[in-house]
Design a protein around this ligand. Sequence first.
Ligand code: ASP
Length: 343
Amino acid sequence: MLNRRSFFNHSLTASLAAFLGFTQCESPAQTENTAAATPSKSNPNSKAVTPAIIATWPHKEATGPAMDVIQEGRSALDAVEACARIVEADPMDQSVGYGGLPDAAGNVTLDACIMSADGKAGAVTYLQHIKHPISVARKVMEETIHVMLSGEGALQFALEQGFEKEDMLTPKAKEKWEKWKAENKGAPAKANIDQHDTIGVLAIDKDGNMSGACTTSGMAYKVPGRVGDSPIIGAGLYVDNEVGGACATGVGELVMTTLGSFLVVELMRQGKTPQEACEAAVQRIADRHLKEGDDLQVGFIAMNKKGEHGAYSILNGFSYTLHQDDQNEIHEATFMMMNPNQE
Ligand code: ASP
C-alpha cells in the first residue's frame, strides 16, 4: 500500500532519479543506499558507508564477533542480536542478562528491545528466568503482531518458543544483593552513577542497512515491578533506517521522560551530526531534570546512515566501543559536567 508519506517519498525519489538521470527501474531503496554511500562534501568527517558497529561501554569481546556476522554477509539485525547475546551470557557483567543484579526482592528481571531496518520492533519487559531476552524480543517482533510482551506473559511466550527456563541469579549477584539488603534495611534503591552498564548496540551492514538492540537487568535493587528505558522503543533505543540510530544507558527514568533515543534520531533527521544530537539530548535532560551536585548519569551513542558516530554523557566515565574500518576500539565519551563524587 502506498500511504501519503511513501507516495511523497516515492514521487520525490522518482523526480530526483529522473533529474540525476537514473533509470526508472531503480527502487527508492536502491537510490537511497547509493546516496548514503557517497561521502558528504559539506562534512569533511563523513565517510563512505562501510559496515560499522557501535556499542555502549567497553564490549570489544561482543562487537568483534558481531562484525564477523556482518562480514559473513548477514544482516545488521543478526549482528546486533549476536552482540547483545554475548553480553547477556557473561556472568561477570552485573547489569545485563545472566549475572545481572536483582531487584530489591532478589529477583533478576530483564528488559530488552530490538529494532530492524524495516522499522519493526520487538521488546520484552520484566522477563525472568530466560538468559537471552534479546532473542525473545526478536521473536516478539517476528512471530507476533505485537511489539512488547511483559512479565509472566513474556515468560510463557519464551517457553513456547523453545527458550529454556534457567536461574539467572549467580552466587556473586546473590551475595551483593544480600549485602545491600543488610546495609539498606529495605530502603528503596537510589539511582546513582554506579551499577548501570546496559548494552545498547547499533550496526550498519554491507547493504547499508541499520538495526539496533538494547538489553539490561536494569537498575540494581530496583523496586519490584520497575521497568526502565531499555526496552522502550524511542527511549533506550531507536533506529530509523533513513536517518540513523541511537541508544541510551544510565538512569532510565531520565531517558524515558525525554524519549532520549528518539530525540537523538529526530535531531539527526533535522541535520545535526550524531555528536551534536547526543549533546542536545543530554542538554535536554539537564534542563528538565538536573540540579547542581546531582550524581545521575545518562549516556547516549548515535550513528547516522553515513557511519558517522557520536557519544556524550552527563558525567565523566562513559565509554563506548566502535568497530569500523577494521578497528575495534574503546573510546571515552565526552561529557557535560564533572562527576561530583570524583576529584
Ligand atoms: N538504563 C538502565 C535502566 O534504567 C540502566 C542501565 O543503563 O544500566 O534500567
